[in-house]
Write a protein of this length. Structure first.
Length: 258
């Protein structure tokens, strides 16, 4: 991609990059469409326009983004299935922050108990989920209905993805553990232990975007499945396979609902 083409890419545009099954039988290699959600010099952050898969965050309880099954799946199975070696060379390692706080607070026996939980440490990922903060800014800047609300592919639906009967939207995972204390609003979903009792070290719930585009905090890691919208950062300065263009759906999706 030359400098002139890079200047023409704007937040909110749609690009094609990589391939992934999107039909119900899963035998296709359909180009993946991505929203441009951030442009910082040559670095272009992309979020898949559609929900591409349907998975648990983690098969067992009580973990962080750094250790979860979904992160491992994105880093291996999805990464290798979706991108050619040439495309992989364009994807840059992204430092993921905002994965969850180290302090949990809850009430037990009529008093507030504060415990240090296992930290949701920063990670470096080629493919990742958005954090709470990133999804919040996406919704605020680009519109909840146009970008934050997720529409699933037929492939994701064939694996069990539920779609809202009225708007067609589906829920999708974020990477932030829900006991993170963003804006002082989140609380752990379990009571802390009193003396002599065993405590849950941290919440088994993760933040997600629900099927009306609202950020929710009660996504159980192990017994709920939600949609997967991968995110990547590419180096536009070395791109010669990226095709850009405005989203034909953006105007319609930004119209207020009745």
């Amino acid at each position: 991609m030359d400098a002139k083409m890079l200047m023409n890419i704007n937040v909110g545009d749609v690009v094609e990059f990589g391939t992934y099954p999107q039909t119900a039988d899963g035998d296709d290699k359909t180009p993946i469409e991505w929203y441009v959600i951030s442009v910082d010099g040559d670095n272009i952050m992309l979020l898949s326009k559609y929900i591409l898969d349907f998975r648990c965050f983690h098969e067992k309880q009580y973990t962080t983004w750094a250790e979860c099954d979904l992160r491992k799946w994105l880093a291996s199975e999805f990464y290798n299935a979706a991108f050619s070696e040439k495309e992989k060379a364009m994807i840059t390692l992204n430092t993921c922050t905002g994965n969850g706080s180290e302090i949990t607070r809850s009430r037990f026996g009529g008093k507030e108990v504060e415990k240090v939980a296992e930290a949701s440490k920063d990670t470096e990922d080629y493919v990742f989920l958005l954090s709470y903060g990133e999804a919040y800014m996406l919704s605020k800047e680009l519109g909840r209905r146009s970008h934050a609300a997720g529409i699933g592919t037929e492939y994701a639906k064939s694996k069990g993805l539920f779609s809202h009967e009225e708007n067609g939207f589906s829920s999708w995972w974020l990477r932030t553990r829900s006991d993170d204390l963003y804006r002082g609003q989140f609380q752990t979903m379990y009571m802390a232990a009193s003396e002599g009792e065993t405590s849950f070290p941290y919440s088994d719930e993760t933040v997600y975007v629900d099927n009306v585009g609202v950020i929710a905090v009660n996504g159980h890691m192990n017994n709920y499945k939600y949609g997967v919208r991968p995110a990547i950062v590419i180096n536009g300065g070395i791109s010669d396979v990226l095709c850009s263009g405005p989203s034909p759906l953006t105007q319609n999706l930004n119209e207020p609902s009745n």
